[in-house]
Write a protein that binds this ligand. Structure first.
Ligand code: GDP
Ligand code: MG
Length: 304
């Protein structure tokens, strides 16, 4: 008889997992696919995840709490350095590290940086997810698996497509195997422990990126100035400010006759309404905050 059929009551396993990897490899998409809900900002542009975003995966016998990390890469800019530090500080607080790479677009210098850091914490179980396998042919994928199997003693290597949902159950069971026995940290119905106002700000920021395209390159931050919930009639009223670095960017975000800002507001309101399950009144302001991304104090004031 197999050992796991002897016990009719399986032990509950739980733990924290960090998702780490270079910008744009699909970490946020993978997190969303794993959790099955929209908790982490996704964008076609790199480096839009600046904060630790937790998503919680519930299975009958286990619970995995994910911390999404900003992209890890070599850089001299204060802002990016701070993101890299956050990413690695997360790695030290978890039970499993999930490294994500892009099968179609290997970035050896970021990957080497990650491996160097991992070597410092040798006992940490590390799973490699090779993402975007929908974009590569099998021989190339086999070559990649072979390369990585030799580069580091990963606990497991799982090829996936976060976008198409391929091999996601395999990835979950690979993680489940490595989890320690532990309590259920969060109730079943909880998918994130982030406050709704933070998620709302991320949803607004996502719309700024999606709707303005290349014109607003990473220099927008969003703060929630007020977030009020009324019972009768049920309505959430939110005032939020989009901070940009230059007057020209303010112009782009507002758009002709206020068109762009209206579009951003409408799209963000729609997402926030789904999240809070109530009607939302969203008022957006745009403010020029010169060079905020270079100013650490300003970053802290904006919550980064
Ligand atoms: P992050 O910076 O690592 O968090 O990456 P994102 O999750 O924001 O994804 C970056 C881009 O890659 C987005 O355009 C995603 O739609 C795309 N992407 C993510 N996963 C996949 C995948 O499995 N296949 C393909 N083809 N694209 C993907
Ligand atoms: Mg991301």
């Amino acid at each position: 008889m197999a050992p796991d059929t002897v016990n009719s009551i399986e032990k509950f396993k739980s733990g924290f997992a960090a998702i780490a990897g270079a910008p744009n490899v699909g970490k946020s998409t993978l997190l969303n696919t794993l959790i099955g809900d929209k908790v982490s900002i996704i964008s076609a542009k790199p480096q839009t995840t600046r904060n630790r975003v937790a998503g919680i995966l519930h299975k009958p016998h286990c619970q995995i709490v994910f911390l999404d990390t900003p992209g890890i890469h070599k850089t001299d800019k204060i802002f990016n350095k701070k993101m890299v530090e956050t990413a690695f500080s997360v790695i030290n607080d978890v039970d499993i590290v999930l490294i994500v790479i892009d099968a179609a677009n290997p970035d050896r210098s970021s990957e080497r940086l990650i491996l160097e850091k991992l070597t410092d914490s040798k006992n940490m179980p590390v799973i490699l997810a090779i993402n975007k396998i929908d974009l590569v042919k099998k021989p190339k994928l086999l070559e990649l698996i072979d390369y990585w199997a030799k580069a580091y003693p990963f606990s497991d290597i799982v090829p996936v497509s976060a976008m198409e949902g391929t091999q996601i159950p395999e990835l979950i069971s690979a993680m489940e195997k490595l989890l320690p026995e532990g309590p259920q940290y969060y109730p079943d119905d909880m998918i994130t422990d982030l406050p709704e106002r933070f998620i709302a700000s991320e949803m607004i920021r996502e719309k700024v990126f999606l709707l303005t395209g290349k014109e607003i390159p990473f220099s927008a931050a969003v703060t929630i100035d007020s977030f009020k919930e009324d019972e009768k009639p049920q309505l959430v009223s939110i005032h939020a400010t989009i901070h940009v670095e230059r007057d020209s960017q303010k112009g782009i975000i507002i758009g002709k006759g206020g068109q762009m800002l209206r579009a951003i507001g409408e799209a963000a309101r729609h997402d926030i309404e789904e999240m809070v399950e109530s009607k939302v009144f969203l008022k957006l302001f745009v403010r020029v905050y010169k060079n905020w991304s270079k100013d650490l104090k300003a970053l802290q004031r904006l919550g980064y």
